[in-house]
Design a protein around this ligand. Sequence first.
Ligand SMILES: *Cc1c(COP(=O)(O)O)cnc(C)c1O
Length: 596
Amino acid sequence: MAPIQSSSCLSRKCWIDAEQTYLSQIGLNKMHTAKTAQIRTASTGMIGRARPEIVQMKGYSSARSLAGDEAGLVYLDANECAYEPFVGARNLARYSAQQPTELQRAFCDWLDVSSRNLTITRGADEAIDCLIRGFCEPGADNIVICPPTFAMYAQSAMLQSVEVRHAPLTADFGLDPTAIAMAMDEATKLVFVCSPNNPTGNVMNAGAIANLCVACDGRALVVVDETYIEYAGEGGEAGSLIPALEQFANLVILRTLSKSHAAAGIRCGCAVAAADITGVMQKVLAPYPVPQPVMSAALTILETGNQQRLAAKRAEVIVRRDDVITALGEIEGIIRVWPSDANFVLVEALDAAALCQRAREGGVVLRNQSHQHGVGEAVRISIGSAEEMARLLAALRGETIASAEQNRQHEIVRKTSETAISVAVNLDRAGPISIDTGIGFYDHMLDQIAKHAGFALTLECEGDLEIDPHHSIEDCAIALGQAIRGALGDKRGIGRYGFCLPMDEALVTVALDLSGRFHLDFKADFPQPMVGDLPCDMVGHVFRSLAENMQANLHIAVTGENCHHMVEACFKGFGRALRQAIRQDGSEMPSTKGTL
Ligand SMILES: *Cc1c(COP(=O)(O)O)cnc(C)c1O
């Protein structure tokens, strides 16, 4: 193994200085340092295994790579237009750097690595491609994969005329060091290990990967694809092998925002490796792989608050996954469900195609994996939302459920500088209901609406509660109103009108008409300023926002003595009125005008 310089004798300042010197030697002028991990992997010896013509070539010098992407300079070096095209995103007129500084910093903070060890790519897929193109001579070299595994390793190799050799996993889907050793020869440049593995879902033993790194030292890179690592083990990321980069010069780790950070659509991931490997990858990488909108989305995703939110979401997925594993175990035609460290599960079926077909008839699409080596009749199932999993299970149990197209559902995603909200309603399902606005009492009230109106509601809001609950309360009502309005569609067959409800001493009258026209009449004299953490003067606002965005005519009058009763009666009464109004019975248009 190539000796790795120890940094323990250096103070942090000395270390950073040494890094800067090294970077200027290799022609990179900026660096973001890791918070704790100090990956000193300047020279690995592995560079000798890269394609010599790539090592020798200079690499394309874009205007941006020569001048950097510093703010405040006048850039007349890339024939860009100095005006914005106005499509609603920022900085579209300019090329972005190959590795935009701001995004590097965010990735470095996220993964606790230095920018010299990082290559940001269009998803992990592109990192795979860059490694193959940078290291494997077409027609001469080969890679080793461990099937059953992710298909893109072989795809990318074949596109490059690089031979793909197989070292199958063992019967319990572990690495087989003997098979890998047998598959390798002088021309093997890369060994791909997927952990957690797609499609089997299991994490590979870290000791086995370490042994593999030692066995491949000086010969081949060991590429560990950690696309799903955040779902593995207690608290997720504990299992990442990024810290092992200090130890193994030939280790490369792939990470991505696609599966763990709910961002498959932006195409953003990375490889983490020794700096000279990073250098090779960036020579074969396109000059501008990170479009501006991708960069701004990725920066938002990687903000601390959002990371925490996503971590909480992943924890929910893990709980749901484990429930789904139990439930799937009882489905007819499923022989077994493999344990999973990822956000999907692999099931062995009597007949994989028939299982997929059964799900498809209920409107759910699964992935048949029977073509994969060693899995038999197997189907891979992603862990979706609670509602989606309920739908899948119902379909697999053969329960008749309305098809997705027949359901009146609608989703709204709304983001302003004050709040970020996502709402999904399904008027034809009584649940699940999941509400998180950050305002406990308001959650309770919105729950009343959904429960009493009898529809499924998922509502989540990240708002500026540190300022005031006002924005969150109002914006949630707006978004919910829009979602209900959207789900109602052309309103054919609905009850349209809706109610009157007592709650102890409180009495509320709610009259509702989903007329397409907005009017609110709200009569309430609340005896206290707050109920729980909900300001009472917001209650009228909420109904205004709801009515306005649902385009409804809404009259609410409430009397009583206890503020909690009065407020809750309003929400319950509204829910009940809504239940009558949204109920569908036939397809007649409930208006003599023929439209609503
Ligand atoms: C989905 C997947 C990828 C692709 O990730 P992107 O970042 O979206 O390109 C890579 N590796 C594995 C194992 C995957 O399942």
